[in-house]
Design a protein around this ligand. Structure first.
Ligand SMILES: *Cc1c(COP(=O)(O)O)cnc(C)c1O
Length: 384
């Protein structure tokens, strides 16, 4: 793409209702947000537990800034790794029941790191079609044979595994799908990983903090050294960054070989302190998960009565699939006029023809907030 082609390419996006615009927030994350001087009830954030602006986290960061300052100065291997990072890694590993963990500055970086350092040209990666873009990119960048299986279809995956002659095999999935809110069949996938001698890589960006008493999607799954677990810390944990958890050997290998770990400045220590504070809250304030579940149930039941179908998601991600880009945008705009911020998600974030309103619920919402949303959606669909 050359400079003089950009304007035409952008108009092309306009024509297909695919042009993206950023909303500029004038407030902190919360149930209420302010954009252009207007207050909105937000159903757009992944701050599922409402921790992003929690006073105890803010206080932990204030304290950490006094002790550690702001910047981490260097990559973790070149003086960027501090005792507070170490403490956070030990606590995260224990929390998800794995022997060891490693902090990354983002989930995107963690996905690139793990897949790239476990696989090479002679290997194969088996990925669910609806995996997050960062996993997709990680698979491409690894140079391994990249095979995609039908969404949540272990039989199709098994077909592909059975035929594979690759040196190392890795199955990569979102444990909770970011745009649909449904969950991967982890027990079946783990059984396949065992049977076909493969790694099972779980991206639990949307399960950590929310599912399994907050411990994420691994809870209830038998322990296995084939599992590599990744969760992000910018969603339910309310901070930023990510961690990978698994065997000590795996973590040692990543410290030596994970390029986005080696060649990137360490996660700032103040964020590691925030992660420690967040873990305490995730564990202690279980009412946040109870409230979230109540909101999910409320949304699902109140709209079903009206023939409006949200996908059968039991997580706080509740997509209302519309299909058409333009119609989705216009619905999002109409909701906005009623003071409700619900993002229109269009391709390439979702498959073509799969445009949707992605409602994301949070413990920061009150019951009457959810009711306000369902009433607005009902009114919209009565019009349509
Ligand atoms: C958000 C997300 C990521 C990326 O994590 P960041 O920390 O935001 O870079 C990776 N995987 C999934 C499934 C996600 O939803």
């Amino acid at each position: 793409m050359l400079p003089d082609q950009l304007a035409a390419a952008l108009s092309d996006l306009d024509r297909h209702a695919l042009r993206r615009q950023r909303a500029t927030l004038e407030s902190a994350q919360g149930a209420q947000i302010v954009i252009d001087g207007q207050s909105y009830l937000s159903f757009a954030s992944n701050d599922y537990l409402g921790l992003a602006n929690h006073p105890e986290m803010v206080e932990a960061v204030r304290h950490a800034v006094g002790r550690w300052g702001i910047g981490s100065g260097a990559s973790p291997l070149v003086t960027g790794h501090a005792t507070v990072h170490e403490e956070a890694e030990v606590a995260l590993a224990a929390f998800v029941g794995q022997p060891a963990a490693l902090l990354f500055s983002s989930g995107y970086a963690a996905n690139l790191a793990v897949i790239g350092s476990l696989l090479g040209r002679e290997d194969a990666v088996f990925a669910d079609r609806l995996n997050h873009a960062s996993l997709h990119d990680a698979c491409l960048l690894s140079r391994a044979d990249f095979q995609r299986f039908r969404h949540n279809d272990p039989d199709h995956l098994e077909d592909l595994l059975r035929r594979s002659r690759a040196r190392t095999r890795l199955i990569a999935v979102d444990a909770v799908y970011s745009m649909d809110g449904d969950q991967a069949p982890l027990a079946a996938l783990l059984a396949l990983a065992e049977r076909y001698d493969a790694w099972l890589y779980l991206d639990d960006a949307h399960g950590f903090g929310v599912l399994g008493d907050g411990r994420g999607s691994l809870a209830g799954l038998p322990a296995s050294e084939r599992v590599v677990y990744m969760a992000t810390l910018g969603k339910a944990a309310g901070v930023s960054g990510a961690f990978v958890a698994g065997s000590r050997l795996l973590i040692e290998w990543l410290i030596n070989r994970a390029r986005t770990y080696l060649f990137s400045t360490a996660h700032p220590p103040l964020l590691a302190a925030a992660v420690l504070a967040s873990l305490v809250l995730i564990e202690r304030e279980s009412w946040r998960r109870d409230r979230l579940q109540a909101h999910v149930a409320c949304l699902q039941s109140s709209l079903q009565d009206n023939g409006i179908k949200f996908s059968a998601s039991r997580t706080p991600i509740q997509p209302l699939i519309i299909g058409d880009n333009e119609l989705t945008l216009s619905m999002s705009k109409q909701l906005r006029e009623k003071g409700l911020w619900v993002p229109a998600i269009r391709p390439p974030t979702v498959p073509k023809g799969g445009a949707r309103l992605r409602v994301s619920l949070s413990a920061a919402h009150e019951e009457h907030d959810v009711n306000r949303l369902t009433e607005a959606i009902r009114a919209l669909s009565a019009q349509a």
